[in-house]
Design a protein around this ligand. Structure first.
Ligand code: BGC
Length: 752
């Protein structure tokens, strides 16, 4: 069929050439749309996996060109931790490595949209310089459960933080003249049966939590593309939902970019196109057939086809390929590596630092334990993987930072990892890296602790470092056992090392090189300090060393809660990886065929804080090597919401940055609301000891609204609002208030 379409296009080409050249320009899209045959439009709306539309290995998808109208074929590649494709090509001796930046969960922990924009700017430069038109990131689904296998790609359990970070990310990518794609819209919060699962969510939770972050990203970031998720939402595939793709997205939010499917084909191609899904990705022959058939039968109208084609063409005229950009294939990987290190350093969260364990004394003798010390996990696996030329590990970074490492121990892990790689990564090493290992757990499993040498190691070293590493990836959710919970070997390692070192009056530091929240209550009291670099990209081990030496004062804050027990998350009553499935047929279908979001809006800290459920580490938490004092805030009602400012002073003895989190408590009465909700945040510059900075915030009334299903409207109740300035959601340092005199409503469509 593709061949048939191509020959139709070729014939039209000949026909039109005799009448002169009509060629696509940014200002003649309408004319081009009208000039396209039905077949041409269909071919534009269904991508292709045929080699002629792919320019090199490892691209995600392509949009077919139509030469007679001057429409070039364009390509997209994955993200979101950096550009993802194969570094080696058959027709070239050059290498095409990309920079593995910190995963979304870490970069968002900076709570610094400017830094996020800077980082995405460098990623976008690689997209541009490697000749790619569309980048498939950021990933921005809400962390509904700590066990979602893809949380590492996403930002937060909170929609405001997620939305603002995504908007900054989009700006950074698009500053390069390439297209960013926000994904996966919407409610793709689990990997189990992700292509078919039906997420059943009430309107309020949808509007306030699962759509809110996309709404913010779209209104503030203006992404050129949006990817519709695989799953169903309330019984209908998202890709085929007119309510989601047209009514909410375009009519209510004013989105004017292109909408594409997540990658794979569903039978309802025509329904998707009618619903407002412009582009089938990667696209295949059956889909094209279905479209052409629908055109013939009139089940899709010319107007619908033209509407979608307009969106695709608007994307195409914006692409470097259309503008015939001569890409260099030579982005500045060196400066991007430096930036990756900086972003990771600014984002690492210090969870514990008992008795000033950190920073470490310069030149200290370290014994470094854990297979992750050698096989450090830079980013997750699946489409979110990035093939960097080199991933630094802790052995290298700590040595370069001037620490003296126990060489026997370093040699032990090096040999173990080399053996493991030699047996697993034989033929097609690149494929192994990117695809074969999709799943959860650890890339290389932990060897037994070399027990007999522990007393001597503890006698010789000043400090023990234990690296706990975890992979996470697309297609699977994480398991409770041996992934969320530490493995028996991890526990044994932490316990034995802590006992031995503490007996000798020495400290133990744990580095959490993980892709999702793990259990921490059972072991955190055994150790002296804990750093959380998540999966920090190719230079992450250097960033960890920067924090350990004190070169960087940690200023990252958690973007999600570390609960006492994963089951404390109300979502765990309805999440596949928890052992709640019964033997009944219904029990077996639950969370595989469908998932009830019975917890509604009570996601993450909204639940823990309001219901006063103790947590291990709260949302927004993170320590520093210095201390900060917050002034009495100034909060003022405005004609549209409120403004606020607070002055932060560094009261400690080293320079540092502080994230200020602004939470609002609404007046009681109307809709039931969380006790505090994040409405704004800001980060100081690096403040010298004694230095102060005032941070200001403006929050419009709409941002204070909750969704009232009864009247299908956003509602900001009248009354007195408390404004809290927190160093975490549980550590409120200052509070002010303002009044809303009259309730306000913003009506929306009663859909979904
Ligand atoms: C993933 C997307 C990705 C796409 C293309 C899908 O399986 O869900 O995030 O962009 O593949 O690789």
């Amino acid at each position: 069929m593709i061949k048939k379409v191509l020959s139709v296009i070729a014939m039209s080409l000949v026909a039109v050439m005799s009448f002169g050249q009509l060629r696509l320009r940014p200002d003649n899209i309408e004319e081009i749309v009208k000039a396209m045959t039905d077949e041409e439009i269909a071919s534009l709306l269904v991508g292709s996996k045929e080699p002629e539309f792919y320019f090199f290995e490892g691209t995600a998808a392509g949009v077919r060109g139509i030469p007679r109208l001057g429409i070039p074929a364009t390509i997209s590649c994955d993200g979101p931790a950096g550009l993802h494709f194969y570094p080696l090509r058959d027709n070239s001796d050059d290498t095409f490595y990309c920079t593995a930046f910190p995963v979304g969960t870490l970069s968002a922990s900076s709570w610094d949209p400017d830094l996020m924009e800077l980082m995405a700017g460098a990623m976008g430069d690689e997209v541009h310089e490697y000749g790619v038109d569309m980048f498939l990131g950021p990933g921005m689904n809400i962390h509904r459960s700590p066990l979602c296998g893809r949380n590492f790609e996403y930002f937060s359990e909170d929609p405001v933080l997620s939305g603002r970070m995504a908007a900054a990310y989009v700006r950074g990518i698009q500053n390069n003249g390439v297209t960013a794609t926000v994904k996966h819209y919407a409610a793709n919060n689990q990997e189990t049966n992700r292509t078919e699962n039906d997420a059943r969510i009430d309107q309020r939770a949808l509007r306030e939590i699962y759509l809110k972050n996309f709404e913010i990203a779209i209104k503030e970031g203006h992404p050129g593309a949006l990817m519709a998720s695989y799953n169903k939402l309330n019984g209908e595939y998202v890709q085929q939902s007119f309510d989601l793709l047209t009514t909410v997205l375009r009519d209510e939010w004013g989105y004017d970019g292109v909408v594409l499917t997540d990658h794979g084909a569903k039978e309802g191609t025509v329904k998707a196109a009618k619903a407002g899904c412009d582009l089938m990705q990667p696209g295949n022959e059956e889909e094209l057939e279905r479209m052409l058939d629908a055109v013939k039968k009139g089940t899709i109208t010319r107007a619908e086809l033209e509407r979608n084609a307009r969106h695709v063409l608007r994307y195409i005229v914006s692409t470097p390929r259309f503008q015939e950009y001569k890409f260099s294939n030579d982005p500045d990987l060196k400066s991007h590596a430096e930036l990756a290190r900086k972003v990771a350093g600014e984002s690492i969260v210090m969870l514990k630092n008992e008795g000033g364990t950190l920073p470490l004394r310069a030149g200290a003798k370290l014994a470094v334990y854990g297979v992750g010390s050698e096989d450090f996990v830079a980013v997750g696996i699946g489409s979110g993987h990035v093939v960097a030329k080199h991933v630094a590990n802790m052995r290298e970074s700590l040595t370069d930072a001037g620490f003296e490492l126990n060489q026997d121990l370093a040699g032990y892990y090096k040999a173990y990892v080399e053996l493991d790689h030699a047996t697993k990564r034989v033929a097609g090493a690149m494929d192994w890296l990117m695809y074969e290992s999709w799943g959860y757990g650890k890339k290389v499993s932990e060897p037994d602790v070399p027990l007999n040498q522990l007393p001597q190691q503890a006698a010789e070293a000043d400090v023990a470092i234990v690296v706990i590493s975890r992979d996470a990836g697309e297609g699977n959710d994480r398991s409770m056992i041996d992934d969320y919970e530490l493995t028996a070997r991890d526990r044994k390692l932490i316990r034995l090392v802590s006992d031995e070192y503490h007996a000798k009056g020495k400290k133990v530091v744990v580095i959490l090189n993980i892709g999702g929240v793990i259990e921490s209550v059972s072991w955190k009291n055994l150790v002296d300090a804990i750093l959380l670099p998540w999966q920090p990209g190719q230079e992450g081990a250097y960033a960890v060393a920067d924090v350990l030496t004190g070169k960087v004062n940690p200023s990252g804050k958690l973007t999600m809660t570390f609960p006492v027990d994963a089951l404390d998350h109300p979502s765990s009553a309805n999440f596949p990886a928890f052992p709640q499935r019964g033997e009944s047929e219904e029990g077996l279908r639950k969370n595989i065929d469908y998932t009830e979001y019975a917890e509604g809006i009570w996601v993450g800290y909204r639940h823990f804080t309001t219901r006063e459920v103790p947590v291990s580490y709260p949302f927004g938490y993170g320590l520093s090597y210095t201390t900060f004092q917050y002034s009495k805030p100034v909060v003022k009602a405005t004609a549209d919401g409120f403004t606020a400012s607070v002055t932060v002073t560094n009261t400690g003895s080293v320079a540092g940055k502080e994230v200020v989190e602004v939470y609002v408590s609404a007046p009681s009465g109307g809709l039931e609301k969380p006790s505090r909700e994040l409405k704004a945040f800001g980060k100081t510059k690096s403040l010298a000891p004694g230095e102060s900075q005032s941070l200001s915030f403006t929050v419009p009334a709409f941002d204070l609204a909750s969704f009232n299903e009864a009247v299908s409207a956003w509602e900001t109740a009248a009354g007195k609002y408390q404004v809290h300035f927190g160093s975490s959601v549980e550590d409120i340092r200052a509070t002010g208030s303002f009044k809303v005199k009259k309730a306000r409503f913003w009506e929306v469509h009663n859909v979904l």
